[in-house]
Design a binder for this molecule. Structure first.
Ligand code: NAD
Ligand code: WQD
Length: 342
């Protein structure tokens, strides 16, 4: 019988790409999403890519009663991959309670009911934001967490702690937290991708929207940092590579290879890329110029961070395959697809 996986937030950006990879690898998938930041038709596009339409249940994970009925209906789930969360750093500073309520309550409801329904395996979307500005680069999983600079970042730290404590309490749940660096790009079919609400906070959607003419110019937030070209450095990875790591994480749990019960993995390329290098890559990959202007620093920005992904390379047998240029090319293809559709 097919192993069935619950993917929360499965119509969202990273979730939808992961659903595609799970289906490609022969897993059954049911998605729970309240469509706060995504559209129901994503499941039709997943069906176009894979030939299989995943089940979609639309409700809010903070609603414990609805979640309880859901678990009553879907028996024998092998694992849960929990993507559903609010994720806008700037918004979280303005609406901290919304972020704490949504990101913490959805997690607590899930873990509580997993216990009740005896679902043994859990994969969590964490973030490199938990490291703040690390002292040593590349950053390894044992680097200390720094005080979070935003309520969003704090929810990721607290969620990791809640999961670890739940595993340690011995209720029969094993978990993997995946700390993503900067996911970018879209599926090569251009049928799924990132759908930012309003003005994008993140660099790559801002680049593609500027290239498309939706924004006048990209503001480069500072060129006077202590880095080779003065702009900040990040580790950008292709979302399809990231999605594949979730399949290996689920397999590791199902095959009982997760010995300690709770494991944490960095997911990145291991290579730092500056803002100017990212712009150059986009222009090289697409042949389209991006109008930009250097402005002041963005408050709270980390100067430089990139992953040491060797633990994931070794234990998950996972590494990134796509180049930065390929990621930019797919991000651009997706931008054109959604604009022409609207
Ligand atoms: P996304 O907003 O595209 O997807 C999240 C999905 O969850 C959305 O479809 C939204 O409608 C749904 N959702 C939110 N709250 C819900 C709730 N209470 N009940 C049901 N559904 C709910 O975000 P994404 O970029 O795909 O991110 C997925 C996860 O990865 C998040 O946990 C995010 O914090 C984490 N993450 C993202 C990044 C990034 O740069 N995109 C980096 C590190 C970590
Ligand atoms: C990348 C670089 C900006 C926009 C965010 C979240 C973090 C995590 C990853 C979820 C920085 C510069 C950006 C622009 C710019 N997400 N930039 N002009 O800062 O790594 O972090 O995504 O967990 O929590 O905070 O990503 O894409 O916002 O910025 O110059 O218009 O691009 O200063 O150096 P970041 P980002």
């Amino acid at each position: 019988m097919k192993e069935k996986i619950l993917v929360t937030g499965g119509t969202g950006y990273i979730g939808s790409h992961t659903v595609v990879e799970l289906i490609n690898e022969g897993f059954g998938v049911v998605i729970v999403d309240n469509l706060y930041n995504s559209e129901a038709e994503v499941v039709d596009r997943i069906a176009q890519i894979t030939g299989v339409k995943p089940q979609l249940e639309v409700f809010d994970l903070c609603d414990r009663e609805k979640l309880n009925s859901f678990f009553g209906k879907y028996e024998n789930l092998s694992a849960i991959i929990h993507f559903a969360a609010y994720k806008a750093v700037g918004e979280s500073v303005k609406k901290p309670l919304d972020y704490y309520r949504n990101n913490l309550l959805s997690l607590i409801n899930l873990l509580d009911l997993m216990k009740q329904y005896q679902i043994p395996h859990f994969v969590f979307s964490s973030s490199c934001t938990v490291y703040g500005q690390p002292e040593k680069l590349p950053v390894t999983e044992d680097a200390p967490m720094q005080p979070a600079v935003s309520p969003y970042g704090n929810t990721k730290q607290i969620c990791e702690e809640i999961i670890r404590d739940t595993v340690v309490s011995g209720v029969g749940i094993k978990a993997i937290a995946l700390r993503y660096f900067n996911p970018i790009g879209a599926h090569p079919s251009a049928l799924i991708g990132e759908l930012p609400r309003g003005i994008p906070e993140n660099l790559v959607p801002y680049i593609t929207q500027t290239a498309y003419g939706l924004r006048d110019e990209l503001k480069v937030f500072g060129d006077d940092y202590d880095t080779p070209d003065g702009s900040c450095i990040r580790d950008y990875l292709h979302v399809v590579d990231l999605a594949k790591a979730h399949v290996t994480a689920v397999r590791r749990l199902i095959e009982e290879k997760n010995k300690s019960g709770y494991e944490v993995f960095n997911l990145g390329t291991g290579k730092g890329v500056s803002v100017f290098e990212a712009i150059n890559s986009f222009e090289r990959a697409t042949g389209v110029k991006v109008k930009y202007r250097v402005t002041g620093r963005r408050p709270g920005d980390i100067v430089k961070i990139w992953a040491d992904p060797s633990y994931a390379n070794k234990e998950l047998g996972w590494k990134t395959m796509s180049s930065l240029d390929e990621s930019m090319e797919t991000a651009w293809k997706w931008e054109k697809y959604i604009r022409n559709k609207k």
